[in-house]
Design a protein around this ligand. Structure first.
Ligand code: BES
Ligand code: MN
Ligand code: MN
Length: 460
């Protein structure tokens, strides 16, 4: 069998520029799943993905759900060969703050090696590389070296309930496979591919503080009536110990699986440059839980952060007002074995226990994800690592990440096969930020890596 992928690589030389144009068409669809105003675009985007899978030579269908469709595709013509399931998401984050984009977020723009657009790296560009790898092999050879399945969702950025239900109800029958490949993360550094063995979980909360029945004159009433914005600021200030960086919610750390010695050694051995990290972010100092390095904090220790804060007068100039209410969105990033429901409860109990008198505090739960640790062992893990080395010229590093991909934990649990978290992005891709980009060379190498993975998987 073709352990050498030269035939397909040759074809890519002439086809890849066309693939890039198709990726731009994909990026032009504003499939923002968190904002109901874009519902039609999200549906249109699902059709686009299905058409791409069909054009590649797969059997593919839209799977309707209570919310946004899933796309399922398969090619199962490689008898007695392993089956690889590719997962990705076609929804994207909102583009705001919109003024900070150099070009409109849904008009993909090439800037040298960079393709700039919302979704370029997260996750349209990365998962499109899987589709184009399969398309190129089928175009070249008329058959794939192994069986493939695709499951691509449109709610990853907004909770992912539909795929969760699908995998639990139909996964065992429909998604049976030998390994799952997910490219929705970054490489450790340019030229240094990585395989992730851990992702954080999430408990995303909303906090609202209500006071008087209307905004009040801050001179007439200030000092005599509790101010919801002051109360909110107080509550937020109590979430963290600002000296030690520890989360102050009682019980928060109880279930935390400590870092193992080998992990601390392995993280410390990675070429992480703290000065370059600070410089790239424009910060004078890093801050986090005492006793842990930057990589340990971001990959393996739980956190609590305000994501947004609102209330009171926001316009130009001064308006002397005591706001009737104030609110905040708070995310807690979790590590094994913390449980999102339990952490959400601890958060609510704590906030209620410290709420100042004279205001009403309400806490609601937005969405969550389980943390995961993957047992990165077995022949297909070896195959994925070898494929990365073939293309990037370096053995991948085994690392964890601070982001969450909610369905990954469910995949591990229901399908009980390794999840190969093999990202093609870079840490400066600006996912969720203005001017998100994907290096075009990484798109092309992502296609090649996927081709190598499929060719190598045929030999196990
Ligand atoms: N692709 C990211 C997750 C990610 C980012 C993994 C960086 C590894 C490195 C994913 O699209 C994402 O943004 N997930 C959300 C999940 C949430 C909305 C439930 C996240 O982590 O905030
Ligand atoms: Mn993503
Ligand atoms: Mn994302």
């Amino acid at each position: 069998m073709a352990t050498d992928s030269a035939d397909v690589f040759r074809r890519l030389e002439s086809e890849q520029a066309g693939y890039l144009e198709e990726l731009k068409d994909y990026l032009r669809i504003p499939s923002i799943s968190t904002d109901p105003a874009y519902s039609d675009d999200v549906h249109k985007c699902a059709e686009f993905v299905k058409d791409q899978l069909v054009a590649a030579g797969l059997e593919a269908d839209i799977v309707s759900t209570d919310r946004y469709p899933l796309i399922y595709g398969e090619w199962l013509g490689a008898r007695d060969k392993p089956t690889i399931l590719f997962y990705g998401h076609y929804d994207v984050q909102p583009p705001d703050p919109i003024d900070e984009w150099r070009n409109p977020p849904f008009e993909p723009t090439e800037e040298g090696d960079l393709l700039v657009a919302r979704g370029a790296t997260d996750d349209k560009g990365q998962s499109f590389a899987h589709i184009k790898a399969v398309a190129a092999i089928l175009a070249e050879r008329g058959a794939l070296p192994v069986n493939v399945k695709f499951l691509i969702e449109g709610e990853e950025e907004s909770g992912g309930e539909s795929i969760e239900r699908f995998v639990r109800e139909r996964g065992a029958e429909k998604l049976a496979c030998d390994a799952i490949v997910v490219s929705d993360s970054s490489m450790f550094a340019p030229g240094r591919p990585s395989l992730l063995y851990g992702l954080k979980g999430l408990a995303y909360m909303e906090l609202r503080v209500d006071g008087p029945n209307r905004d009040l004159h801050s001179g007439t009433f200030g000092g005599a009536v509790a101010n919801p914005a002051n109360a909110l600021a107080y509550i937020i200030s109590q979430l963290l110990d600002h000296q030690t960086g520890k989360v102050r919610i009682p019980g928060f750390y109880d279930q935390v699986l400590p870092l193992e010695d080998w992990e601390r050694k392995a993280f410390a051995a990675l070429p992480h440059d703290e000065d370059a990290y600070r410089a790239e972010l424009g910060i004078a100092a890093t801050f986090g839980e005492e006793g842990y390095s930057t990589l340990e904090r971001s990959w393996a220790r739980p956190t609590c952060d305000v994501n947004g804060i609102f209330g009171g007068y926001q316009g130009e100039g001064a308006k002397t007002v005591l706001p009737a209410w104030a609110g905040a969105k708070v995310s807690m990033r979790l590590v094994p074995n913390q449980d999102p429901d339990n952490i959400a409860r601890l958060f609510a109990d704590y906030v209620e226990s410290i709420a100042p008198v004279g205001v009403r505090v309400s806490v609601s739960w937005n969405h969550g994800a389980d943390p995961v640790l993957i047992d990165a062992k077995g022949p297909l893990v070896e195959v994925a690592m070898a494929a990365q080395e073939d293309v990037w010229g370096h053995k991948p590093v085994l690392i964890r990440e601070g982001g969450s991909i909610p369905i990954v934990g469910t995949f591990s649990e229901v399908l009980a096969v390794p999840v190969l978290l093999m990202g093609f992005g870079l840490s400066d891709d600006r996912l969720h930020s203005p001017n998100e980009k994907f290096n075009i060379s990484h798109f092309y190498n992502g296609i090649r890596t996927t081709v190598r993975l499929l060719d190598r998987a045929a030999d196990i």
